[in-house]
Design a protein around this ligand. Structure first.
Ligand SMILES: N[C@@H](CCC(=O)N[C@@H](CS)C(=O)NCC(=O)O)C(=O)O
Length: 202
């Protein structure tokens, strides 16, 4: 199994989950500039959409889309409780959060703020909408350490990674005390420390 990733992007979430799960998995970085992998392969042949993450399974199947990859990794180590069991209401709650983070926060919010071609008007609208969506996530964390309760899981890894972009994107988290506490909690996890240490070596 091999994970294709780019440092600092949403593909950090599956890397955190691999570390949480204790799964040794080859990881190869991808350059956004030329869509080449570190070993010189054409990444567009692996994921024609050109974005990370992608997870190549041992049988050659390539899984794309972060939320699917995050759940696949979580399901490889059910004892780590990174995702509730398939078919349970809790699992659908996880999928709700993954979809919320992917569409409302990541692509519908932060991605617009990073888009050099986006007009200021559009960015301001995205920022205003993002504040409402962040308030929703903040409220959800008022009485629990992680989105689904006491267990850190796939949605938490994704939320954490997206929120790390806040400063660079000009998103102010100061009004969201629960999100800020969540960020500190997740940043202290050995899995996150391990991914940071691996990136620092490069
Ligand atoms: N729908 C995809 C979006 C992934 C995505 O936006 N990846 C970004 C990094 S966070 C990327 O690779 N951008 C480069 C590009 O789109 O060419 C998913 O959920 O996996």
């Amino acid at each position: 199994m091999k994970l294709f990733y780019t440092t600092g992007t949403c593909s950090t979430a599956p890397r955190i989950l691999l570390a949480e799960a204790g799964i040794a998995c080859e990881q190869e970085s991808v350059s956004f500039k030329n869509k080449q992998t570190a070993s010189g392969a054409d990444y567009l042949l692996i994921n024609p959409n050109g974005y990370v993450p992608a997870l190549q399974l041992d049988d050659g199947t390539v899984l794309t889309e972060g939320p699917a990859i995050d759940q696949y990794i979580a399901d490889l180590a059910p004892e780590k409780k990174l995702a509730p069991a398939n078919g349970t209401t809790e699992r659908y709650k996880l999928q709700s959060w993954l979809n919320f983070i992917g569409t409302e926060l990541h692509k519908g919010g932060y991605s617009i703020l990073f888009d050099r071609g986006a007009a200021d008007e559009w960015k301001n609208a995205a920022r205003a909408k993002l504040a409402k969506r962040l308030a929703h996530a903040d409220a959800a964390l008022a009485d629990r350490p992680y989105l689904l309760g006491n267990d850190f899981g796939a949605a938490d890894a994704y939320l954490y990674v997206v929120l790390t972009w806040s400063e660079h994107a000009g998103v102010d988290l100061s009004a969201f005390a629960h999100l800020r506490a969540f960020m500190e909690r997740v940043a202290a996890r050995p899995s996150v420390q391990a991914v940071k240490a691996a990136d620092a070596k490069k």
